[in-house]
Design a protein around this ligand. Structure first.
Ligand code: AR6
Length: 172
């Protein structure tokens, strides 16, 4: 059952013990605010050193590093779209963030992956629409692949947690 492979948790992604956490980065991959800043602070400066070697990342794509001081073994850095009214290919780019991150997780034998709500902070993507894309894309991927065994959506607020719960119930 696909639903058993998906978990929705309220919390801080830097504290989660999984094979890979996903970072909502920017195209420089050199850190920033929001969840990106929190991940870099918790991982330590070696993460930034490795990120410098990656030479950035395009919107919708994903790159992987080690997790350093984080409980997670790997960090998958993906760059979400900035919300610009919805007519600038934002939904396709956000879908690609999830599918490319999951593909990279599988390539690196990750059994468990945790996602934050990519693009819903500084990049202003509307919560409901972003959540629908996150869950739909993940469900499609899990239908076609045996891995990862567990995908966890980490919600930083009660409001986001409730939107994820409701959307998952509606879609599955
Ligand atoms: N754990 C889980 N979720 C978190 C955490 C955390 N520790 N901290 C924030 N969130 P954002 P974006 C949630 O702004 O919109 C950075 O500067 C937050 O509540 O981190 O993709 C990058 O460098 C929100 O729901 O990412 C980029 O420049 C979600 O994570 C830019 O922000 C994403 O919010 C990316 O913007």
């Amino acid at each position: 059952m696909i639903k058993e492979k998906i978990e929705i948790v309220k919390g801080d992604i830097t504290k989660i013990e999984v094979d890979a956490i996903v970072n909502a980065a920017n195209s420089s991959l050199l850190g920033g605010g929001g969840v990106d800043g929190a991940i870099h602070r918790a991982a330590g400066k070696e993460l930034l050193h490795e990120c410098r070697l990656l030479h950035g990342c395009k919107t919708g794509e994903a790159k992987i590093t080690k997790g350093y001081n984080l409980p997670a073994k790997f960090v998958i850095h993906t760059v979400g779209p900035v919300w610009n009214g919805g007519t600038h290919n934002e939904s396709v780019l956000l879908e690609k963030c999830f599918s490319n991150s999951l593909t990279l997780a599988v390539k690196n034998n990750c059994r468990s992956v945790a996602f934050p709500a990519i693009s819903t902070g500084i990049y202003r993507y509307p919560f409901e629409q972003a959540t629908e894309i996150a869950i739909k894309t993940t469900v499609e991927f899990l239908k076609q692949n045996n891995f990862p065994e567990k995908v966890i959506f980490i919600c930083f607020s009660e409001e986001m947690f409730n939107i994820y719960k409701k959307t998952l119930d509606e879609l599955l």
